[in-house]
Ligand binder design. Structure first.
Ligand code: CTP
Length: 402
């Protein structure tokens, strides 16, 4: 299961760092390629020489090699890895991970990693029970990182309680389980549209909207992690895809998004239409910047092509098409109407009436309406976890296709 997998093992400064030696040995025995990043303090607990010998790779600690100035690129490391494991994860490192602090190579690599991240906490029982630690672990889980629970036992302090790092065998088992069970979209090709579109008024102005693309990117990451190959057709957003199974096609206007979809949809198993596409575009965008030389300026707009309805018409019997609906009133009725009109297999309804959900937010609250008129409601949760719910519904729809 781990043969040929690229593993980054992050070792932080706690007494359980000595277990990293055995963990490395187990990974290597399973045929994995292991690169180890240590925090500066971790070197006080176990020598880099031990871990370098066991992993068959030089240990990485600093951003650059002080002797020859060679950079250790955290971005390259993040792209290289199939999985990142932080064991032991101290309270300090978890706190920094949870809040985006990037003051060592392990943390910058964590932020750059395009792969699933596992963390195995190790600390004294009171530190483990502190609300700050608990909150940080919750934040990491909401990012989609996987917690490998510590065990109960005698701790370095002599106290007995929960906080002892999981045994290396347990950590290996958790990662193997992930790779064996979590590839339920293996071989599936899925097109996702996301983000806003921009409709040109003149060379410096456009009609846009508040879509951040976060929901579509979260879905792309979730499905890619579960084995799918993703074609992500995205309007201009501030994020970028992480997983190497995601091919990004950047577009600006609704027309460009339509063309990219038509070019790519035929070979896909499913399309998920998350984008907030402009419904209207200027009939005659000006080639010169419009001057402020009149009291009132009217813009004449025409309807854009409906991308999802176009794909809905082209959809073959072995393809699925999933829509989103953003509504402010008569939510369920309007969503059901869109489901029918655009030939979706199911539709994901976002209501702008739900506090904390929707555009720009990191959270979302959705309702899924299926072809069979089932209405499934979900709690407010992070877009990463919402993506899991949508992916699970998609899997169900694939099973029903057969
Ligand atoms: N959509 C699309 N192309 C468009 C407009 C919308 O592909 N030109 C897709 C969206 O990505 C979403 C679904 O259609 O999956 C519904 O989008 P929404 O904006 O809620 O509905 P509209 O069809 O635009 O209808 P209205 O704005 O009148 O509610």
């Amino acid at each position: 299961m781990l043969a040929d997998k690229n593993i980054i093992l992050g070792v932080t400064g706690g007494i359980a760092a000595y277990k990293a030696a055995n963990l490395t040995r187990l990974f290597i025995k399973k045929g994995a390629n292991v690169k180890i990043i240590m925090t500066p303090l971790a070197k006080e607990f176990i020598t880099p020489l031990t871990l370098a010998t066991l992993s068959k790779n030089p240990i990485l600690v600093d951003f650059f090699n002080p002797e020859n100035g060679d950079w250790n690129s955290h971005v390259d490391l993040g792209c290289w890895a199939d999985v990142m494991v932080i064991a032991p994860a101290t309270a300090n490192t978890m706190g920094k991970m949870a809040h985006g602090i990037a003051d060592n190579l392990l943390l910058t690599t964590y932020l750059s990693a395009r792969c699933p991240v596992f963390f195995a906490p190790a600390m004294d029982l009171d530190m483990f029970q502190h609300p700050a630690t608990i909150q940080n672990m919750e934040i990491l889980k909401s990012f989609g990182n996987y917690l490998i629970e510590p065990e109960v036992g005698e701790l370095a302090s002599g106290l007995v309680g929960k906080g002892r790092m999981a045994e290396p065998e347990t950590i290996v088992e958790a990662i193997e389980k992930y790779f064996s069970s979590n590839q339920d979209f293996n071989g599936k090709q899925i097109l996702i549209t996301t983000g806003p579109t921009q409709e040109m008024i003149d060379p410096v102005r456009f009609i846009g909207n508040y879509s951040s693309g976060k929901m579509g990117y979260a879905l792309a990451e979730e499905l890619a992690e579960r084995g799918a190959l993703i074609t992500l057709i995205s309007g201009l957003v501030a994020i970028r895809p992480k997983h190497k199974n995601i091919q990004l096609i950047p577009v600006k206007s609704a027309q460009q998004m339509l063309e990219a979809c038509q070019l790519n949809f035929e070979h896909q198993d499913a399309g998920i239409m998350v984008a907030a596409v402009a419904d209207y575009t200027p009939i005659a965008p000006s080639s010169q910047k419009i001057k402020k030389n009149r009291e009132v300026l009217s813009l004449e707009l025409k309807q854009t092509a409906d991308i999802s309805a176009t794909l809905g018409k082209q959809k073959k019997s072995n393809q699925l098409l999933i829509g989103f609906a953003l509504e402010t009133a008569n939510e369920i009725e309007n969503a059901k109407e869109k489901l029918e009109k655009k030939n979706f297999d199911f539709i994901v309804l976002n209501s702008l009436n739900d506090a904390g959900a929707g555009f720009q937010s990191d959270d979302n609250k959705i309702t899924i309406i299926t072809r069979k008129q089932e209405i499934k409601t979900f709690d407010l949760k992070s877009k990463k976890l919402v993506a899991k719910d949508i992916a699970d519904e998609l899997l169900l729809a694939f099973k029903n296709l057969k």
